[in-house]
Unconditional design. Structure first.
Length: 99
């Protein structure tokens, strides 16, 4: 994961130039949105267990065939792994919000 700042500096350095006006505007926009992103990341982290459960429940309710033999939710061990994986995905989303 690269932040906007890292991407701008890397691109400018690779081209042997200073960041352009557009580059600087992209960085400024990123910084201006940082507070909202960090607030969202904080809320997601605080409610991770509840969001994970709600997302998993929604999947199993919308796609009941997932509980059939041979599917992702055929037994509790597999269901637990699905919820675990959803938690991993939400953590990655949280990382993206921070960057």
């Amino acid at each position: 994961m690269k932040s906007v700042v890292t991407a701008v500096v890397t691109a400018a350095d690779a081209a042997g130039r200073f960041p352009s006006q557009n580059d600087l505007e992209a960085v400024q926009g990123n910084i201006q949105r940082a507070a909202a992103r960090l607030e969202a990341a904080e809320k997601l982290a605080a409610g991770l267990d509840a969001v994970t459960k709600e997302a998993g429940d929604a999947c199993f309710n919308k796609y009941p065939y997932l509980k059939q033999p041979g599917e992702a939710g055929e037994n509790q061990t597999k269901v637990d792994k699905c919820y675990r994986d959803l938690g991993h995905y939400l953590r990655l989303i949280n990382y993206c919000l921070v960057v």
